[in-house]
Structure formats: structure tokens, C-alpha cells
Design a protein around this ligand. Structure first.
Ligand code: IPM
Ligand code: MG
Length: 362
């Protein structure tokens, strides 16, 4: 297969972790006889510096022309003045919207070798294997009106959380389809005791659920969910929720796995690529980590695992995807760690060595 990938390295540790994912993908290409074509473009702070825009039109065009997009991270203190007119994060949100990426898949799998890296007790996190399916192009992230008005002491600000039944239904269909390939349970997370959007969410979720009688559905209020996530995380299979709740819960869930440096993600929409699979955006869930940028110590495993998700969802290459995931597991079993997941008795290595170690085990 000839796989066309647009690469958005972004800011901070983005370029360092992306370089290792590319290295792993090239190794997969050699082993399984695929050709990767990487085309780089600017997004986020680096794009603001070069063009004044967080998402230059050229970047959108390149992503639309690609089969899939690989992203590092965007943002950093240089661009984080809350009064700035252009912010790196706008680039990411704009890209999600432009590509119609309405579903964000965030698998949280706790590796046995990393049980001790979690701040939670081993018996709580051992065996955790859940998939958060977060709505990504609606809700408070995009709702209008949004903004502020007035002068002190009468300053005001407003955000709006709109959801249509079509937006909820397509996300729930995705969640139920995914649950069918797993343990067949969907936990729909909302705040239906307070929010009107959540009451619509719950209603539509159950209408969709009726079309999947083989999958169990449960409703969980978001505040309770945040508690269950650290009390009994093993009870979750697929969690389906709106944009803002999903953002918050997925960072919390990341800590079950020990570090944000381990968690990949896939953002999918309805558009198909030339291979007939969904064109997706693949990125680690961690940020640009400006404090460690340029030091060569960032954990590239989340980005490497994101590239495995890319092979699976945008190219249908299940065997290749599994081989990356197995290689990562092997590296961990062999006691190799980046700093974020280091524990006693393990060997701490840098980003490049970690990339090389995965390639070696492929
Ligand atoms: C994420 C991030 C983004 C979000 C930020 C960088 C805009 O936190 O992907 O979870 O809030 O969606
Ligand atoms: Mg987030």
C-alpha cells in the first residue's frame, strides 16, 4: 500500500515524539512492504510564528489531501497570553472542525509492566482496558455565542453548549459499533440532572441503543463517573460522552495508565480516504510539555501507539498495528522506560533510544 500522511509536528516535544513515530512507521513499511509518504505542515505556535495564523490554509489543504494526519502537540508559554488574538489551540480545534472529526477515540489500557507507575493501587488498575469515545466537534468548544463583554467591575463572559440530535446519534453509533468489537458495554456519560443538552443526549443515546440490543447501555452522571474512574475503573468498557466531559475524563483516565505519555488517540470523521477507510487525525493525548522540550527525554510511546491506531483505522492494517502494539509491550516488559514512567529496577532511556527499542522488537 502507498500511504500518504501529513505530519504536523507542532510545538514543544511534538517534533521529538513525532520523529520516533515516523521511524517506527518506516520500519513497519520495510517489514510489511508499504510505502509511506510524509508531507510536513505547520500547526499551532510554530505556524503562528511563521504565518501569523494557527492553522494556515495550506495546512488544511494538505490534511484534506492526505489519507491520514499525524500530529505531535501544539501550544506553549510563548503563545499562552490569555488576551492573545491568535492561540495555538485554535489551530487544533479549527483542524478538527475542517476535517469533520466528530469522534475522538482514547483507549486506556494499563500495561502489566507499568502497574507501579500509576499513583493508584495495583489491584485497582490491573487489567483496566477502556475506550473513551469523545464527541469532538460540538458542544462548548464551538458553541455560539462565546466571548466576553463589558469593563470591570461589570465584565461578563459566555460559553454555549449546543447539541443536535444528529451530532449525538452519530457519536453514539460509533460508540456502539466499537463496543461490539469489545466487551459490549457502553457507558453514556452526561449531566442530565442539570443540563438540557444532557437530557437530549440521554434520550438520543437510548434511541440509538435500541438498535444494538446485543450491547448493554448504562447512564452515568459525569460527576459520579469521575469518582468511579478511580474507584472501579475495570467496570468500564466504552465510555461515550460530549466534548468537554470527554476532555476532562480522558486526562483523569490517563493517570490509570501511569502517564499521559502512554496514551494515544484517533480522531475520526465521515470522510473516507483513497483506501476506503476513514481519514483520521492521530495524536498523543499529552500536550507540548514545554518544560522538557528539546531535552530528548520525552516519552514517544503515546505517539508511536497513535501511529498504530492510524494503521488500524485509516488503512485497515490490523496485523501491522498489532505488531507495533506488541513491540511496545515488549519494550516495557524488557524494563525500558522514559523518565515519566520510570520505576525501581527499570532502565531510563531517552526518546531516540525508545524509538530504536521499539523498531528492534518489531
Ligand atoms: C485535548 C486537548 C485539547 C482539547 C486542547 C489542546 C485544545 O486538551 O486534545 O484533550 O481541549 O481538546
Ligand atoms: Mg485535553
Amino acid at each position: 500500500m502507498n500511504l500518504k500522511i501529513t505530519v504536523l509536528s507542532g510545538d514543544g516535544i511534538g517534533p521529538e515524539v513525532v520523529a520516533q513515530a515516523i521511524r517506527v512507521l518506516n520500519a513497519v513499511g520495510r517489514k510489511f512492504n508499504h510505502t509511506f509518504e510524509f508531507d510536513h505542515a505547520l500547526l499551532g505556535g510554530c505556524a503562528i510564528d511563521a504565518t501569523g495564523m494557527a492553522l494556515p490554509p495550506e495546512t488544511t489543504a494538505k490534511c484534506q489531501a492526505a489519507d491520514a494526519v499525524l500530529l505531535g502537540a501544539v501550544g506553549g508559554p510563548k503563545w499562552s497570553d490569555p488576551r492573545a488574538k491568535v492561540r495555538p489551540e485554535q489551530g487544533l480545534l479549527g483542524l478538527r472542525k475542517a476535517l469533520g472529526l466528530f469522534a475522538n477515540l482514547r483507549p486506556v489500557k494499563v500495561y502489566d509492566a507499568l502497574i507501579d507507575a500509576s499513583t493508584l493501587k495495583a489491584e485497582i488498575v490491573r487489567g483496566v482496558d477502556m475506550l473513551i469515545v469523545r464527541e469532538l466537534t460540538g458542544g462548548a468548544y464551538f458553541g455560539q455565542p462565546q466571548g466576553r463583554s463589558g469593563e470591570a467591575p461589570h465584565r461578563q463572559a459566555v460559553d454555549t453548549t449546543p447539541y443536535s440530535e444528529a451530532e449525538i446519534a452519530r457519536l453514539m453509533h460509533m460508540a456502539f459499533e466499537l463496543a461490539r468489537a469489545r466487551r459490549r458495554k457502553v457507558s453514556s456519560v452526561d449531566k442530565a440532572n442539570v443540563l438540557a443538552t444532557s437530557r437530549l443526549w440521554r434520550e438520543v443515546a437510548h434511541e440509538v441503543a435500541a438498535q444494538y440490543p446485543d450491547v448493554q447501555i448504562e447512564d452515568v452522571l459525569v460527576d459520579a463517573c469521575s469518582m468511579y474512574l478511580i474507584r472501579s475503573p475495570k467496570s468500564y468498557d466504552v465510555i461515550a460522552t460530549e466534548n468537554l466531559f470527554g476532555d476532562i475524563l480522558s486526562d483523569e483516565a490517563a493517570m490509570l495508565a501511569g502517564s499521559m505519555g502512554m496514551l494515544p488517540s484517533a480522531s475520526l470523521g465521515e470522510q473516507l480516504n483513497q483506501h476506503g477507510y476513514r481519514r483520521g487525525l492521530y495524536e498523543p493525548i499529552h500536550g507540548s510539555a514545554p518544560d522538557i522540550a528539546g531535552k530528548g527525554i520525552a516519552n514517544p510511546l503515546a505517539t508511536i501507539l497513535s501511529s498504530a491506531m492510524m494503521l488500524r483505522w485509516s488503512f485497515g492494517l490490523e496485523v501491522e498495528a498489532n505488531s507495533i502494539e506488541r513491540a511496545v509491550e515488549q519494550v516495557l516488559n524488557d524494563g525500558l522506560r522514559c523518565k515519566d514512567i520510570a520505576s525501581q529496577g527499570t532502565r531510563v532511556i531517552g526518546s531516540e533510544e525508545m524509538g530504536a527499542a521499539v523498531v528492534e522488537r518489531l
